[in-house]
Design a protein around this ligand. Structure first.
Ligand code: SAH
Length: 209
C-alpha cells in the first residue's frame, strides 16, 4: 500500500479515536512519517505503536503524538519546547502546528538524524539541540507550551515549569518504569489525561563512546 494511503488511514483512525484538532490531523496527514523511522521499519511507520529507533529509544506512537500536541492547546503563533527529540517526528508535528519549536535530545546521534529528517520534510522552524532537556532552554524562554516525551519519576523538572509563559501548559508523562500517566500542568493545576508508556527521562548526557 502507498505511504499516501497509509497516512490517510492513520488520520482516520486518530479521528475515530477522538482526535478532533484540525491542525494536528492536517499536520499528520501531510508529514511522511516513514522518513523519521529507520529504513528497515518504513513498512511499519503508520502502525499505531512505538518503534525502535536505536540507542534503546523509540518513536512514540501516532496516537501519543496527536494526543500530546492537541492537549497542549497552544495557538498557531506559539513558540514551543519539546524535551526528547528522538526521531524528530513529534517536533515535526509541533512545527506544522506552531510558529517555532525548540527540541532537545540527550543523544547527539539521534539529534543529528532528527535534524536531517526535519530538513528533508521542510520543517525549517525547528531548532534541534543536544543537551539535558531537564534544564530546558532558558535562553529561548518563555514558551507557550512544553511537551516532555520521556517519563519523569514523580514530577516534571522544575526548570521547565519556570520556563512556561503565564497560562501555558506543560505535558509530561509521570510514572515508574516505562508505564505511567500523561499529565497536563497548567496554572498550578495537574490534570491526568491518559495512561501511557514512555522511555525514562534521564538527567545528564550519555558517556562519550
Ligand atoms: N518525541 C520523540 C519520542 C522520543 S522517545 C519522537 O517523536 O520520536 C524519548 C527521547 O527522550 C529519547 O530519544 C531519549 O534519548 C530522550 N531523552 C531522555 N531523557 C532526556 C533528557 N533529559 N534530555 C533530552 N532528551 C532526553
Amino acid at each position: 500500500m502507498s505511504a499516501e494511503r497509509d497516512r490517510a488511514l492513520m488520520v482516520e483512525r486518530l479521528r475515530a479515536d477522538g482526535i478532533d484538532d484540525p491542525r494536528v490531523l492536517c499536520a499528520m496527514r501531510g508529514l511522511p512519517r516513514e522518513l523519521f523511522v529507520p529504513a528497515g521499519l518504513a513498512a511499519m511507520a503508520y502502525q499505531d505503536e512505538p518503534l525502535d529507533i536505536g540507542l534503546g529509544q523509540t518513536i512514540s506512537s501516532p496516537m501519543i503524538v496527536a494526543l500530546s500536541t492537541a492537549a497542549l492547546g497552544a495557538r498557531a503563533d506559539a513558540h514551543v519546547l519539546e524535551i526528547g527529540t528522538g526521531s524528530g517526528y513529534g517536533a515535526a508535528v509541533l512545527s506544522r502546528c506552531h510558529r517555532s519549536v525548540v527540541t532537545i535530545e540527550r543523544h547527539a546521534e539521534l539529534a543529528e538524524r532528527a535534524w536531517a529528517s526535519l530538513a528533508m520534510t521542510g520543517c525549517t522552524n525547528v531548532e534541534v539541540r543536544t543537551g539535558d532537556g531537564s534544564l530546558g532552554a532558558p535562553d529561548r524562554a518563555p514558551f507557550d507550551g512544553i511537551v516532555v516525551t520521556a517519563m519523569a519519576d514523580t514530577e516534571p523538572p522544575p526548570a521547565l515549569l519556570d520556563q512556561l509563559a503565564p497560562g501555558a501548559a506543560l505535558l509530561c508523562p509521570v510514572g515508574h518504569g516505562q508505564e505511567g500517566v500523561l499529565v497536563r500542568y497548567r496554572d498550578g493545576r495537574a490534570e491526568e489525561l491518559a495512561e501511557v508508556v514512555f522511555v525514562p527521562l534521564v538527567s545528564g548526557l550519555p558517556a562519550r563512546r
